[in-house]
Design a protein around this ligand. Sequence first.
Ligand code: MOS
Length: 752
Amino acid sequence: MAKGPYLGRSQIRIDGRAKVTGAAAYASDVRLPGCAHAALVTSTMPRGRILRFDLNGPRAMPGVIDIFTHHDFAGAIAPVKHLMDGGYANSSHLPLGSDAIAYAGQIVAVVVAETLEVAQAAAAQVGVAYEAAPFAGGFDVPGAETVRLADLKPHHKDPRTGDAVAALENAPVHIAARYETPVQHHNPMELFTTACVWDGPRLTVYEPTRYLGAVRHGLASQLGLDPENVRVVASFIGGHFGSKFALSQHTALIALAAQRIGRPVSLVPTRRQCFTIANYRPETRHDVHLGAERDGRFMALVHEAEMTASRFDAFAMEGTDVTASLYACANVHTDERAVRVDRNTPGPMRAPPEVPYLFALESAVDEMAVALDLDPIEVRRQNDTHTDPISGKPFSSRPLMTCFDVGARAFGWERRTRQPGSMRAGAWRVGIGCASAVRPVKISPATMRLSLLGDGTAIIETAHHEIGNGIATLLAMGAADGLGLPIEAVTVRLGDTSLPAAGLSGGSSTTTSLMHTLTLGTEEIRARLAGEAIRGGGRLARYDPANLRLSAGWLTAPDGAAEPLSDLVGRTGVDRIVSLSAFVPPDGSEANLDSVRAGRLALGSGDAKTLSWAFGAQFAEVHVHAETGVIRVARLTGAFAAGRVLNPLTARSQLTGGMIWGLGSALLEETVLDGGHYRNADLAEYLVPTSADAPELEAILIPDEDPQVNPLGLKGLGELGVIGVNAAIANAVFHATGQRIRRLPIRLDEFV
Ligand code: MOS
């Protein structure tokens, strides 16, 4: 990466002003001339069959254009597989494909009207008669089918080493407990909208998605179109947190409706419908056993985990790859199972496996520290390892204990007295807890067009996504440094399949993937200009082209000799120099690049020889009211090591934002399940942390030079901040009260 004034220093967002003034156009903001409005009717039944519809009343309402059901669309949409099963979709289930009801909240009809209000009013009048069938809505009900994850996902292998059962029996200290985490829904501000418009054989879709390519190729496959004739646009995305994953189930329905009525159609579903037409974090439960020597060294770890999955998709997150490899331990046994139930397919959500799986492991480590009467940080130090106990591979870098040491100092860990219930502030019991945060590094291939214009401006174009993480700003910083321009001279164009193909915005891989792609482009342009300078025979002709740098509008030699950029571009005889770069991660293959071009999943680890993870240490101070049990998080401190940090300002924002989500995970967020229905499906009753809930926050960035992980030493930190916060808070609650809460979210009625 070129040296320059931008990367590595804090930079405010280049799109910040447009966003706060309302000028930024989100996919949901699109207004298409002549657009009709759709509203969904969803199943009130968890499983069964549609017997008949009563559509006469709604059809007669003024302004209603048409109503579509499976009678209209069955067979019109070809099945596609789930993105994580080699396909494109959030879910392979096809609503309106037949009369079958597979889960509560399944789309059963689409009403199209002149206005959204009429469409919604008519949708409310659609009568549906069902024949109910038995269903299983969650764990432990008849009909819920437990399968080994390895049977559901052929590539999955439960990590195991040694003989954990025997080692547990021999361990002088042994703890065993069950930990549980609830269903959670992403609830981004921007709903799961779509708007479809046809122009002859060409379909354009405006939809907030974090994988434009999957929507394009998935729709083409569903509707039998040439992918070249499908354009997907999502200029800005109003949050995803793991939702807006790939091809939505409703997009083809709206595209077909638009085709049938010969007008553009836009869909704005209700918040309640967004709980069942998209994905969610499934409920999980974990049986963890830890055995240790008296000095704290782990002898045995058993982690058995279960999570729910749908009947029709093989989607289930795997998490024991992280819990089995985090600490030195010679005897590890894991077992992951999926429990198939009659619900919509779950999906990734904010550090999908680590948030629930590390809640379990990091609570168990704290329980072990209590059983050993040792400091919980010292127990982690005893079990720190620089090699993976499962594969024997080294970690590419492992600054976990540095995170604990720096974080503990900043947080004031030494104030903590060992005995639970021993700290108090007036009527409040005070507790202090900590937990590890770890996240494997992911990287994806991408393509990008970088243009340097004769007027000293540059344009970056790639079909990636600005989800609020600040990637547009980072790209502008990188191009400005690489081409020696002021950041104001760089325009960044994202969010459109007409731009060069790029992958999914996910797995905290965006910065790592796109900055490598950009660096190829800036280097190619620099090398071309250097070649031009040498061929031209001017002042720079005698220098080694590799030593010529672009800086402040000049191509400059180490001794200061220079030629202006504008002269060099002018001499090339074209008005712009264009680089079309294609990045393939070090352990990737050309096939991966083909996957990205074809809208399929292509996320790798970047280095097959090592285990490459980002690390952090989370610290929480909680106050539990001695009389009422009210729980307040007073402070959260996190110290994070995630490779090279390119924009400390947005990095801190990502990390502290994640820490606030972690507070939500510990104390607030839960979708209440009742017989296959989500009962609190709105933002009044689904609780997320507000500003008033946010505590004093500190995110510390620890230097982490890791030349092994990938050429630029980047790890990604989009999801790191949320991980481990739930366990740190639960551990602090134990320290305050002496009560171990093993089920999230933690509620005040536990303490009264
Ligand atoms: Mo993240 S929810 O793994 O994109």
